[in-house]
Design a protein around this ligand. Structure first.
Ligand code: AMP
Length: 277
């Protein structure tokens, strides 16, 4: 485990070859491990960063209480064939006087961007900096954070960053709940209620499988399932183009169904991508 940018650069110089990078905020679960394994199978070396990035949290958000357990994370990583783990301090990533940010415009505005102003500015900035520190050949992100993938791909294209973005499938609990470090916040009752995100997505998918192609219709299906769960407070449900993230009236091609829901105080997101039919 290394803590400084200088140590990462040194390690990189000593180990020339194909590097895959998996950026994380720690509190690792099987979703993260699946990205490590994918990276392991596609590169000579795998690097993992563990950094709870303050700039992507809102003031008054859950930055302070975000689950942190680096020792547990390091023991989980141990058997995954990871070459380098980078655990920087906030000061290492944002030294005094830091004042440069990356802002992706259009695709960062709807959905998460609308509910969490400044979130993607923080994400794009830290990911761009991690790319510069590691200079990886490939970087791995989860489909669980669908808009994050779109934003990072856009940034990578726009700034000609020499890295290939690889997207891993969403890993779920047996009852369908998407794995997330934030699931640890849920009480047992909330944990049972949290499956409502997956159930809402399944309801819309099954309508789509029956040939329904109106966006409004599928949004209403998701809303109806969510309305049946008293602990769920809906932030948004969306039926959008998976690349532009613009809402669709009529589905003609691939479609992204996504939603953000508060279960008690915990904000959860999930999505399905349905193929062109
Ligand atoms: P995080 O630590 O939550 O910032 O996540 C680090 C990376 O793991 C991001 O690219 C996430 O999209 C990805 N990830 C988080 N949860 C899952 C999951 N359930 N399945 C697949 N990837 C995930």
């Amino acid at each position: 485990m290394v803590k400084t940018i200088e140590e990462v650069r040194h390690h990189h110089r000593e180990h020339p070859g194909l590097w895959g990078l998996v950026p994380t905020m720690g509190s690792l679960h099987s979703g993260h491990l699946s990205l490590f394994r994918r990276a392991r199978s596609e590169n000579e070396y795998v690097a993992v960063s563990i950094f709870v990035n303050p700039t992507q949290f809102a003031v008054g958000g859950d930055f302070d209480r975000y689950p942190r357990n680096v020792n547990r994370d390091l023991s989980l990583i141990q058997d995954e064939g990871v070459e380098l783990v980078f655990v920087p301090s906030v000061e290492e990533m944002y030294p005094a006087g830091f004042q440069t940010y990356v802002t992706v415009e259009k695709v960062a505005k709807p959905l998460e961007g609308a509910m969490r102003p400044g979130h993607f500015r923080g994400v794009a900035t830290v990911v761009c900096k991690l790319f510069n520190i590691f200079q990886p050949d490939r970087a791995y992100f989860g489909q669980k954070d669908a808009q994050q993938v779109v934003v990072i791909k856009q940034m990578t294209r726009d700034l000609a960053l020499p890295v290939h973005i690889v997207v891993g499938d969403t890993i779920r609990e047996p009852d369908g709940l998407a794995m997330s470090s934030r699931n640890a916040y849920l009480t047992p009752t909330e944990r049972r209620a949290a499956t409502v995100l997956y159930r809402a997505l399944c309801a819309a998918k099954s309508k789509w499988q029956n040939g329904i192609r109106e966006g409004k219709n599928l949004r209403e299906d998701m809303q109806a399932v969510l309305a049946n769960e008293p602990l769920a407070q809906v932030e948004y449900v969306s039926v959008a183009d998976p690349e532009s993230l613009q809402e669709l009236e009529e589905i003609k091609d691939k479609v992204l169904l996504s939603l953000a829901v508060r279960i008690g105080k915990t904000r959860l997101i999930d999505n399905f991508v349905l193929p062109s039919s």
